[in-house]
Design a protein around this ligand. Structure first.
Ligand code: UDP
Length: 369
């Protein structure tokens, strides 16, 4: 009998497993996929660590989390500075003086602030949705060219029907600074995320290709307690209805040239281009292999966003009002499952970043094990 059966070898599960083992507990980790690391999984192609489930750039302000991950990987100094492509016009992200200069020709922070001030006047009162929040942050011009199309493609919903908090993730600055994140610490684990998670799971029994929900009764007998990081609605067999998720599809291409776009991420912010962004993976590690040599080829991924349907991978919870309410109902059921802990993006139906998932898992382990 194990102390813990952990469902899902992604960050939440791996961190919990690592902490439990360190505290002398016995753990078994299972995952229905044939690999560990969940959606941070990376796979080497032609010397390039390809982020198979989309770009993951580690960033945090949480020193404890940063110190924790350092135990399992060395991080490079990658700084995320995506470029937005609006019908062939290129803009710097996040919204900063480079963006404002290109958009309006303004040169000083004062001029930029005045421009935003003038445009945000159309929003009076507290912003009620993503559209109003965006216009109130950066004005209508930027909203129309850099936010509206991208957001509607990513979420498949009108910006008026999306919660304001999604756009608050993006910084707005009156300085010349293309660093996407306001974070003290940032980087990509050298050698890939898979390696990092492998190190977390060192010495821990992991069984892959095992579907928990299909074999629940049997598997539950193996441990005193279950840590479940899959979708919370699936756990309860969708009995209250299905929560909505966004899924992502990737079209990967190996190109026989050293560079395709010269940057890790280019967002296509118009409505017509069918993909939301193109990731060129080699730039997460500066285009070099582990010996510092330039890589001759490149791998790109076009990212297409879609509504989740059974059989797809869920990526993003849709944290709007309707889903929020349904989640609260599931949450009540979850609280009655005394021997199960629900954790992570899917288990808690929460748009967590990696560092937040790690923090939540560390916190849970502290009170639990
Ligand atoms: N966003 C946008 N334009 C961009 C990039 C992001 O409007 O070029 C908005 C969009 O609404 C998106 C949100 O900002 O859902 C959060 O973007 P982020 O890059 O943080 O999302 P993630 O990397 O988690 O997909």
């Amino acid at each position: 009998m194990y102390n813990y059966l952990i469902i899902g070898a992604g960050l939440y599960g791996a961190v919990f497993a690592q902490q439990a083992k360190a505290a002398g507990k016995s753990v078994l980790v299972i995952d229905k996929r044939d690999h560990i690391a969940g959606n941070v999984y990376t796979e080497k192609v032609e010397g390039i660590n390809v982020h198979k489930y989309g770009a993951h750039i580690f960033h945090t302000n949480n020193k404890q989390v940063w110190e924790y991950v350092q135990q399992f990987a060395e991080f490079n100094r990658f700084t995320n500075s995506p470029v937005a492509n609006y019908k062939g016009e290129l803009y710097s992200l996040p919204f900063n003086m480079y963006t404002f200069n290109k958009m309006w020709g303004v040169v000083t922070p004062e001029e930029a602030a005045a421009k935003i001030e003038e445009q945000r006047k159309e929003i009076t009162g507290e912003p009620k949705n993503l559209e109003e929040q965006a216009i109130s942050l950066v004005g209508r011009d930027i909203y129309e060219k850099l936010i509206k199309g991208y957001t509607e493609k990513q979420w498949g919903r009108d910006c008026k029907d999306l919660p304001a908090f999604i756009i608050k993730r993006l910084p707005v600055r009156l300085t010349f600074d293309n660093n996407y994140f306001n974070a003290l610490y940032q980087g990509i684990p050298i050698g890939g995320y898979t390696k990092m998670v492998e190190n977390m799971l060192d010495g821990i029994e992991v069984r892959l290709g095992v579907d928990y929900l299909e074999n629940k009764a049997e598997l539950d007998k193996l441990a005193q307690k279950v840590i479940y990081t899959g979708p919370i609605d699936a756990y309860f067999d969708f009995k209250l209805g299905t929560l909505e998720y966004r899924s992502v599809r990737f079209e990967n291409e190996l190109l026989d040239k050293p560079s395709f776009q010269g940057n890790a991420a280019v967002n296509y912010t118009d409505r017509e281009t069918p993909w939301t962004r193109i990731i060129e993976h080699k730039w997460f590690e500066f285009g070099k292999d582990e010996n510092g040599n330039d890589l001759p080829k490149t791998v790109i991924s076009r990212e297409y966003s879609s509504e989740w349907k059974p059989g797809d991978e869920p990526y993003y919870p849709v944290n709007d009002e309707k889903n929020g309410k349904l989640y609260q109902e599931y949450r009540k059921l979850a609280e009655q499952e005394k021997n199960v802990i629900f954790g992570g993006r899917l288990g808690e139906y929460k748009y967590y970043d990696m560092d937040q998932v790690i923090a939540a898992s560390l916190e849970k382990a502290k009170t639990e094990v």
